[in-house]
Structure formats: C-alpha cells, structure tokens
Ligand binder design. Structure first.
Ligand code: ADP
Ligand code: ZN
Length: 215
C-alpha cells in the first residue's frame, strides 16, 4: 500500500504505521525518525535540522524534500510505503505530487487520524521513546510503561522523554500543526483520497485503514 498518515503530534501516526507494516510489508517512512537519526549522528543534515526540532518548529521544506526524493527511490519502497510525518505543509504536498508523478506512483489513501486535543496533550507528556536509534519503541508511562528503571523492554536501552516533549515545545508543535499541516486535510479532500479515522485505539485505526484500501 502507498499511504499518508495525517494527524496532530501524538495522534498515533508512528504506532499505526508500525502496525500497518506488518500487514503487507510496506515500509514505514518517518521524517521525524530520519531527522532524529541525523541529529544523533551529527551529520550535515542533522546540524541543519537540530535547532528547529528542539524548538518544535518545522524543518525547511527544501531539506525535507531532499530527504524524501532519495528515500522514495530506495529498493525497499517497492512493496509500498507508509508516510508518517510527511508531508507537513502544502508546499511539501505539492512537491510530493510532482515526485510521485515522476516515479509513476499513485497513493492509495490519505488517512487523517482524529484525536481530541486533551487526549493529545496527555499522550505527549506521558510518552517515552527508546533511545536506541535502531529500536525507537514507543512507551507511555501510564498505559505501556518501560521497565521499572525506565529501560526499553525490547532492547534494554533507556526509554527517554524527547527534547521536543517539554510543555513549551509541545505547545509550539500543536500550533504549527494547526497552521501548517491541518490545511492538508482540505488539500487531500479535494484530491478525493482522504479518509477520516478515529484514532482512540490504534488497532481500530488499522482496521479502518486496511478496510478502506481493500475496497
Ligand atoms: P510529531 O510527534 O511532532 O509528529 P515527528 O517525529 O513527526 O513528531 O517530528 C519531529 C520534528 O521533526 C518536528 O517537530 C519537525 O521539527 C521535524 N519534522 C519531521 N517531519 C517533518 C516534515 N515533514 N517537515 C518539516 N519538519 C519535519
Ligand atoms: Zn529499544
């Protein structure tokens, strides 16, 4: 499948994307994960992206498009891809249309994960992420805690709170989402491939998405 997951920070895009990869072998492509990997590795890309990310702001479109143009042409994308965190702005969506046309690929679906704001805030402040770049398992101190000493249950690395998960950065991220990313719902609505999905449970979202693709 070739799909885009839209939704506010904390809507559960990462969790839903991981569940969907198990469905048909499509790869999850998370621009957030790619950028965090680059920051940790200290690469040129990472150096350029770091400040924006820590403030909760978007990284410039040109950098993101450079990443995605290369990523979508890697061999593992042949089975399909689940875009998680991209596109994030109207210019990114327009550039993606051009890129897909060039690669002769069509999207199956854009799933908009809908979650009430109070649920989002609660999720973001209680979220912990495995610090091992190759694992990145997501935890929640209330509903899915790491080990009692804060370690990842899969790989044993510390499960940490992301630098952009302070209340200040979260507020900026939600505002940025409303201003820059929410307009994509209208954009893909017009294209005619948008499906609104209630994202209170990730299993339910996955069912709704795979059901819509089968039709
Ligand atoms: P979130 O939980 O906020 O959706 P992500 O892991 O998707 O977090 O992204 C983390 C940060 O990486 C964003 O706040 C932003 O700075 C940057 N980022 C990720 N994807 C994009 C994108 N498509 N365009 C611009 N910036 C991005
Ligand atoms: Zn881990």
């Amino acid at each position: 499948m070739r799909i885009i997951l839209l939704g506010a920070p904390g809507a559960g895009k990462g969790t839903v994307a991981k569940l969907l990869t198990a469905y048909d072998g499509s790869v999850q492509i998370s621009t957030g994960d790619i950028l965090r990997g680059a920051v940790k590795a200290g690469s040129e890309l990472g150096k350029k992206a770091k400040g924006y990310m820590e403030r909760g702001e978007l990284v410039p479109d040109s950098l993101i498009m450079e990443i995605m143009e290369a990523r979508l042409q890697e061999p593992d994308c042949a089975k399909g891809f689940i875009l998680d965190g991209f596109p994030r702005t109207i210019p990114q969506a327009e550039d993606l249309e051009k890129l897909l046309a060039k690669l002769k690929l069509k999207l199956d679906l854009v799933a908009n994960l809908e979650v009430p704001r109070d649920v989002i805030l609660d999720r973001l402040t209680t979220r912990r992420t495995c610090s091992n770049q190759d694992c990145q398992e997501i935890y929640n101190i209330k509903s899915k805690p790491p080990s009692p000493d804060g370690k990842c249950l899969k790989c044993g690395s510390p499960a940490i709170q992301r630098a952009d998960e302070t209340v200040e950065a979260i507020t900026v991220r939600l505002e940025t989402y409303n201003q820059k990313t929410a307009p994509l719902i209208g954009f893909y609505g017009k294209v005619g491939i948008l499906k609104n999905v209630s994202s209170l449970s990730s299993e339910q979202s996955v069912k709704e998405i795979t059901g819509a693709i089968k039709k």
